[in-house]
Design a protein around this ligand. Sequence first.
Ligand code: WT7
Length: 640
Amino acid sequence: MVYPYQIQSFADYKKAYQQSVDNPEKFWASVADHFTWRKKWDKVLDWNFTEPKSEWFKGAKLNITENCLDRHLENNGNTPAIIWEPNDPNEKQRILTYSKLHEKVCQFAQVLLNNGVKKGDRVCIYMGMIPELTIAVLGCARIGAIHSVIFGGFSAQSIADRVFDAQSEFIITCDGAYRGAKDIPLKNVIDDALIGNKTVKKVIVYTRTRTPISMLKGRDIWWEDEMRHVEEMGIHSLPAVEMGAADPLFILYTSGSTGKPKGVVHACAGYMVYTNYTFVNVFNYQPGQIHFCTADIGWITGHSYIVYGPLSAGATSVIFEGIPTWPNAGRFWEIVDKYKVNILYTAPTAIRSLMGFGLWPLQGKNLSSLKVLGTVGEPINEEAWNWYNEQVGKNKCPIVDTWWQTETGGCLISNIAGITPSKPGWATLPLPGVQPVLVDDKGNEITEMEDGVYKGNLCIKFPWPSLLTTTYGDHERCRTNYFATYPNLYFTGDGALKDEEGFYRITGRVDDVLNVSGHRIGTAEVENAINMHTGVIESAVVGYPHDVKGQGIYAFVIYNNKEGDEALIRKDIVQTVSRVIGPIAKPDKIQFVNGLPKTRSGKIMRRILRKIAEGETENLGDITTLLDPGVVEEIKKGYL
Ligand code: WT7
């Protein structure tokens, strides 16, 4: 494939950016022209941020899998679409060419049809990182079913909540998943999630670990049996279902500052165009290159830059089942060497954790195939950036620092590899189509520099094609969460700086959302989980700086019974959180307190707790408005 919309120089970027602002509709139409449509659009964009609504390529008909699979068959059918590296390096890798992937996706789509899945139905997917996960995702998209992938680190309760919220009648899972030295019993977790559930009709189970599992007659069916039937039917391809541009492609749940996770919805056309555009441009992808994104497909990064972006571009995408540190900390470098990876896209937390092992894991690994490095998920500290640059990139690979969110679908602010300048710790310039603005707490644009930079809350003032279209089943929540804080702006929840060159540096969340190892966790969610533990009266959760995770979870807990083994109670509370949300939300520190700093109106002053959790004892700011300033002294004394 060639990409006529690939940016070739800094001047070219500036030109594209200007065009995208001057005439967004014309700009995006010229990109969208290079995709496969059943019918082209009547109008490129119909939007307002009050409803909110941003309908891209209105009136167009398409199926994203024709763009990810069918259109590559003629010239690139034998190109590897997926290279799969198993958890155990001694197990054989699998390579699926575009032809093979197309066949498997079609066959699995037929399996879904055979089991009564229809266009618009929601299908939950809870699997490990195996090619079948991609086949399941694309199989849904083939027939217009809406996939909702749930990361393997979420608990049965979290799955039950998501199944309920999306009203899913179908689930796709595995018996188990391998992750490092562990086997994760995925089907057991699904079984727990479905206790008492009367709406789920079918659970399709792929055999990965062949661990003993329960298989309920009438509900649970084996993936392999179903695929065999389809094979026996002689089916090797299946026409894609025609989708409207605005039809939902998938739901992905993500945490916010309040309540339960929201189901972020992305629509077919805009998401396709934007993930492809950003994949090709940000990484400066050249046909034939091997792209290795280390994220899990359970997060947006995996959706956009393992599956849809690379495949729609005809690229070769590496899927890695395991973890970076097993059987040893050289695993990523071994994979880069083994498959001659050209683009490596990972998270700062992974880099920091690998840095901690020193240089021996890199020894003897040939990394000379690397051309581009990328990071995502959290701000990258200079030390990690330098290590990545020197030890991995050998000072010759541009590093793209890509800022974006589940809701944005694709990268919004990032340098373009080898084309636009990089600046360690800075995501740098907005991509074409993206119009950021920094505002103060009242929503006024920041016009004055402070210490040489503009500083404010990061908003975007114009839609781009992969902006979320709604939050599933509750459009009002979408409006209040993202479009109501500041009128006529999409509010990201992040704070940022902008320098005199217009480069952005993301400083982190300004709301009550934590970023733990690049995973988003709402403090309210963790508090709700802790409060469910018997004996807990009240809790407050804040983040604190953590060397590897970026942020750790610090919980202040009022517990009703002082007797007993504190260490044990802490472990019990951690278990409760693990049950309610999942192991990813376990608090790192739990401090028992007698009271929480509250205002006279009863609001917890997190600002103070955040300071204490950071180890600050002196400058806690104004505490005179506290109901009982005495609690602060006690909390300071108990700091862990
Ligand atoms: C939040 C979004 C984007 C996919 C992975 C996370 C933080 C993301 C960066 C970056 C600084 C970053 C932000 C954002 N974030 N990328 N390059 N530099 N911060 O997706 O779970 O939706 O989280 O991650 O705080 O709001 P997510």
